[in-house]
Write a protein that binds this ligand. Structure first.
Ligand SMILES: *[C@@H]1O[C@H](CO)[C@@H](O)[C@H](O)[C@H]1NC(C)=O
Ligand SMILES: *[C@@H]1O[C@H](CO)[C@@H](O)[C@H](O)[C@H]1NC(C)=O
Ligand SMILES: *[C@@H]1O[C@H](CO)[C@@H](O)[C@H](O)[C@H]1NC(C)=O
Length: 374
């Protein structure tokens, strides 16, 4: 489709001009959601299977280091943080907690003070609470559910109040970005149990997810959040894992329909919330549209492989997750997907550009950039 192609070409032009941002444009960025946004919280969950802190993950990360990101390198929230002028992506919240805990159990009081100060100082520019495997519904997955992620944020807000008075914390939070990237795992779970859901089933599921989403957003609003940057549910039926489960190797359409239903629900939800909560602002980015555009026009982005995973095993390299023993492609810039479920750094870079300052088909009703500047 020509329209999608043009929008992608415009993104390539942005790649050239996007450099050179200096200084954060918002005080802080707080990130919630699943593995599409997790930068290493699950590294602190011993025994969890939803972890990525081993090779080949991170093969293109600075230093070739696996960090817990489900990627060969950086993920979308990293690129978004850079676009917002942050030098670093907000750190995993559990790394801050672990550092502070380690410091307080140490014997060197000077080092303890220094570390606690450092940890508290890094809270001030944000943190990432996202946890691979989690969903909008607390019953989805076995990692850090959304309710717990928001509780952690509330703890962090209390920490902030030990450094700034309550009024200044409120002002800081009201100008900060609250990014949410969730919903895909809820759809996976539902679909795994209902391979051919009927209309009523999909409606009921969507309503349950959206009413829970509603209560999470309201809780964050009551804690001081005003600027919501939302990433919708990806085109999950086209990820390599689901293609590998389809004898034809094509996308699983009922799963994409489920994602679409959730995404319509998310858009309606925020339209309604906006009229209820006068001071909230929001922008919704479409991971669904971006991946769909890239699959239709891979050559624009320099992709040659949009079906199979770069790292994994089995059919389409996607019946198994990416482990140190997996086969891993060498031309990672040519792959849309890194592993059975997650995009490559190259795709995430496109996503960052599209969501920050792309056309309305990728981000609306305003761009993340406009949300930042509002
Ligand atoms: C905290 O200390 C434990 C035990 O000494 C160690 O295994 C862990 O990696 C440390 N965590 C951090 C974040 O430094
Ligand atoms: C302080 O933090 C550094 C890294 O940030 C760590 O190597 C060191 O062990 C920490 N010190 C204490 C006393 O925990
Ligand atoms: C959500 O997480 C909290 C904290 O880990 C836990 O107590 C609660 O049972 C979880 N909720 C569900 C429905 O799993």
């Amino acid at each position: 489709m020509a329209v999608k192609r043009d929008a992608l070409v415009r993104l390539l032009l942005l790649t050239v001009v996007a450099r050179g941002a200096s200084g954060a444009k918002v005080p802080a960025m707080f990130v919630f959601g699943d593995s599409t946004a997790d930068v290493g919280n699950n590294d602190y969950l011993p025994g969890s299977s939803a972890r990525a802190n081993f090779p080949h993950n991170g093969v293109d990360f600075p230093g070739g280091k696996p960090t817990g990101r489900f990627s060969n390198g950086l993920i979308g929230v990293d690129f978004l943080a850079f676009s917002m002028g942050f030098k670093k992506s907000p750190p995993p919240y559990l790394s801050l907690v672990a550092n502070a805990a380690n410091s307080s159990s140490s014997s060197s009081s000077i080092e303890v003070t220094r570390n606690v100060t450092k940890a508290a100082a890094s809270y001030m520019t944000g943190a990432n609470f996202a946890s691979g495997g989690s969903g909008v519904l607390d019953s989805t997955g076995t990692t850090i559910n959304m309710t717990k992620q928001i509780e952690y944020f509330s703890d962090l807000k209390d920490q902030m109040k030990t450094r700034l008075n309550a009024n200044r914390v409120s002002v800081l939070l009201s100008k900060s970005i609250f990014l949410i990237s969730a919903g895909g795992n809820d759809a996976f779970d539902f679909f795994s149990q209902n391979k051919s859901p009927d209309y009523t089933g999909v409606q009921q599921f969507t309503e349950a997810v959206i009413s829970t989403y509603d209560s999470h957003v309201k809780t964050l609003y009551n804690l001081g959040a005003r600027k919501f940057a939302v990433i919708d549910v990806p085109l999950i039926g086209c990820c390599p894992y689901w293609r590998s489960q389809n004898p034809t190797g094509e996308c699983i359409e009922p799963l994409n329909q489920l994602a679409k239903s959730l995404n319509d629900g998310i858009r309606d939800l925020f339209t309604n919330l906006r009229s209820e909560m006068q001071r909230m602002k929001y922008s919704i980015a479409s991971s669904y549209e971006l991946v769909s555009s890239l699959i239709e026009n891979p050559e624009v982005a320099g992709f040659e492989e949009v079906k199979s995973a770069c790292c994994g095993g089995g059919r389409l390299n996607a019946e198994e997750g990416c482990t140190p023993k997996s086969s891993c492609c060498s031309d990672r810039g040519k792959y849309l997907f890194w592993d059975l479920l997650h995009p490559t750094q190259a795709t995430s870079k496109f996503a960052g550009l599209a969501f920050y300052d792309g056309l309305a088909q990728f981000v609306s009703p305003i761009t993340f950039k406009q949300l930042v500047e509002a």
